[in-house]
Design a protein around this ligand. Structure first.
Ligand code: PEP
Length: 253
């Protein structure tokens, strides 16, 4: 059975005290209300990780993730964060290749491949983001575009390594826009991602990989998206900043 994962991406929001309050609220509500087969992940700003780690450490439901990691082990990379550092504060997940980082920081598929590999080597679970722009979708090239992202960043992994990766399909036109992919559009792409993974790594590996949907997921649309057979959870931006909305999504399963 695939893991069901609801991950919150706080992006560059919340001061430390606001973040600690939000994390405490999420942990308290999640421990009582989220079904045991759903894992909740908080991907906080890097500067909050160590202190949020203390809040989530005794929770069986909630774990911690970073929003990015360097492809370098250590050294003269001012402002960057290494996989060892992320691991050392108690985080177990890391988002890699979010479209905002691809766009504003010019992250390439090759660079992301190196980050995924290093994160895995260090025992972190990458949440690898992929997804097309509106222009690409309207040109009918969305499936090929996403397949190419997977190919260039993931297909050199071994099957064992790949089985430890979580994928988040996030159509760029749906992120932070209030426009959600329809459940049919999400299912079509998730199925195509799984087929592509099966072609490269085998059906058994592909069937075990959690593929999350991201893009304006909210309590009122989560249930329909999460009901799709190939949608195994969500990566939530805006709605993860309110504990009740975030947990309501996790309870939608
Ligand atoms: C995201 O940034 O990963 C995201 C899905 O954002 P939002 O939910 O706000 O669209």
């Amino acid at each position: 059975m695939r893991k069901k994962i609801i991950a919150g991406n706080w992006k560059m929001n919340k001061t430390l005290s606001e973040g600690l309050s939000l994390a405490s609220e999420v942990v308290n509500i999640a421990n009582d209300e989220v079904p045991a087969d759903v894992s909740v992940v908080l991907c906080t700003p890097a500067i909050h990780l160590a202190q949020v780690s203390a809040i989530v450490k005794d929770s069986e439901t909630v774990s911690l993730g970073a929003q990015n990691v360097s492809e370098h082990e250590s050294g003269a990379y001012t402002g960057d964060i290494s996989a060892d550092m992320v691991k050392s504060v108690g985080a177990s997940f890391v988002i890699i290749g979010h479209s905002e980082r691809r766009e504003y920081h010019f992250e390439t598929n090759a660079q992301l491949a190196a980050r995924v590999k290093l994160a895995l080597d260090k025992g972190l679970t990458p949440i690898f983001c992929c997804g097309e722009s509106l222009e690409t979708r309207e040109a009918g090239e969305h499936v090929d575009f996403v397949n190419n992202q997977l190919k260039e960043s993931l297909f050199d992994l071994s099957a064992e390594e790949m089985s430890k990766v979580v994928i988040a399909y996030e159509p760029i036109w749906a992120i932070g826009t209030g426009i959600t992919a329809s459940s049919d559009q999400a299912q079509e792409m998730h199925k195509s991602i799984r087929t592509s993974l099966a072609g490269n790594f085998g059906a058994e590996v592909a069937d075990g990989i959690s593929i999350l949907y991201g893009g304006s997921m909210k309590p009122d649309n989560a249930q329909e998206l999460l009901a799709q057979p190939d949608v195994d959870g969500g990566l939530i931006g805006g709605a993860s900043l309110k504990s009740r909305d975030f947990i309501a999504i996790a309870k939608s399963y």
